[in-house]
Design a protein around this ligand. Structure first.
Ligand code: PLP
Length: 412
């Protein structure tokens, strides 16, 4: 073989060449590369390693299920115990009374599912002009056609031209912008508003005080479905099972993935309120949601999800996030006085960002940190992402912060 076959997502393959960082082992918040070098995983791989790496219990859950029945599809009238049980657990944890759960293969699929279900819902109510899905500037909703069209990060969408029609964008932090957009489009055309309670890939942007309650109220006023994208914030990242609980939201749908299995198996889900489910579940209804993935409700992935939730509960890891929240803030905040730092964002769970001054790219800083044994990542080309496993120790958080400081010094 003369070349490396793996094409890395979001990578410059011309410069990456044969130099990937090959990781071979993980335990808690630490991963090791093929040469035996240890790194603190300060980003939870890709915002998902909530319970930490290398848990034998999840391997056992997967092996047990695979030995019994690796999976069976859930289309039409088929089902399996892990899919049934996980849907039940997720519905209970969601805080949405009598929720239904539609499984997908990941977050991007779940965004497509929520967008299509919004349109199908309104069509079922005879409002077949309600097609427009509204997203926000700075938003990231994955990379399927809907997610790419809905993103507010230009660099991600620009390469592809227009994909999904009937998508609109509003300023991310201004409720009035949403109301104006709905008014301009005509409420009879707007199906849903999709919103990350705390924006992730856009830079860990906190919602302005009152923003989320205000946009939810606007959605109610104009009969627009309110969809919370909790792919990052779901399953404990903010110290509550879902961000919607922390911000006292009542979304019509919640989109989730990542922490649902802590990444031990690919799985996403849409949590659906009774309002949206009703036309499909009402007695005598012949309406079918003609949508689903081969791996919707994959038995092994669901068994892994159940074991993951069991660990989160048994070890009190969601409460641990609340305990670590002020510690993460305490260690990161002093970085704000560094000449290369524009702003530190922390104070909402184990989710933080260090935004650099304009014209300072985060990638070289992340590389310096990697050479010092900490894995970080640049987001939107402006900030460093911090989203460690919930099992990270206080000492490790101190190390992450001091390595960020040293790495900033090194690139200065
Ligand atoms: N929505 C949000 C808020 C995300 O952060 C992501 C992924 O990072 C997605 C959707 C897409 O999820 P996936 O990469 O599992 O398709």
């Amino acid at each position: 073989m003369t070349h490396r076959a793996l094409w890395n997502p979001f990578a410059n393959m011309a410069t990456l060449g044969d130099e990937p960082l090959v990781l071979v082992r993980g335990r808690d918040s630490t991963v090791w590369d093929k040469d035996g070098t240890a790194y603190i995983d300060a980003i939870g791989s890709l915002w998902y390693a909530n319970i930490g790496h290398g848990r034998p219990e999840l391997a056992d859950a997967a092996a047990k299920q695979m030995r019994e029945l690796e999976t069976f599809q859930t289309f039409e009238y088929y089902s399996t115990p892990p899919a049934e049980e996980l849907a039940q657990r997720v519905a209970e944890l969601s805080g949405v009374a009598d929720a239904r759960v539609f499984f997908t293969s990941g977050g991007s699929d779940a965004i497509d599912t929520a967008a299509k279900l919004s349109r199908a819902y309104w069509a079922a109510l005879g409002q077949d002009k309600k097609h427009v899905i509204v997203g926000r500037t700075m938003a990231y909703h994955g990379v399927n056609a809907y997610g790419t069209s809905l993103t507010g990060i230009q660099a991600i969408a620009a390469q592809f031209g227009d994909l999904v029609p009937d998508v609109a964008h509003v300023q991310w932090d201004d409720p009035a912008a949403l109301e104006e957009a709905i008014d301009k489009l005509g409420p009879e055309r707007v199906a849903a508003f999709v919103c990350e309670p705390v924006m992730g890939a856009g830079g860990v942007l906190h919602p302005p005080e009152g923003y989320l309650a205000a946009v939810q109220a606007i959605c109610r006023k104009y009969d627009v479905l309110f969809v919370a994208d909790e792919v990052i914030t779901g399953f404990g990242r903010l110290g509550t099972w879902f961000a919607s609980q922390r911000f006292q939201l009542e979304p019509d749908m919640m989109v989730t993935a990542k922490g649902l299995t802590s990444g031990y198996a690919p799985l996403g889900a849409v949590i659906i309120s009774p309002r949206v489910a009703e036309p499909f579940y009402a007695k005598g209804s012949e309406l079918v949601f003609r949508h689903g993935y081969t791996y919707s409700g994959h038995s092994t992935a669901c068994a892994v999800g159940l074991a993951n939730i069991e660990i989160l509960e048994r070890e009190g890891l969601v409460d641990r996030v609340s305990e670590l929240e002020p510690i993460l803030e305490r260690v990161l905040r002093p970085l704000e006085s560094h000449p290369l730092v524009a702003e530190v964002r922390a104070g909402l769970g184990l989710l933080g960002a260090v935004e650099l001054v304009p014209d300072m790219a985060p990638a070289p800083v992340a590389l310096e940190a990697r050479n010092r044994g900490v894995i970080l990542r640049g987001i939107r080309g402006v900030a460093l992402q911090i989203s460690p496993p919930f099992v990270i120790t206080e000492d490790e958080l101190e190390t992450v912060a001091s390595v960020i400081g040293d790495s900033l010094d090194a690139v200065q």
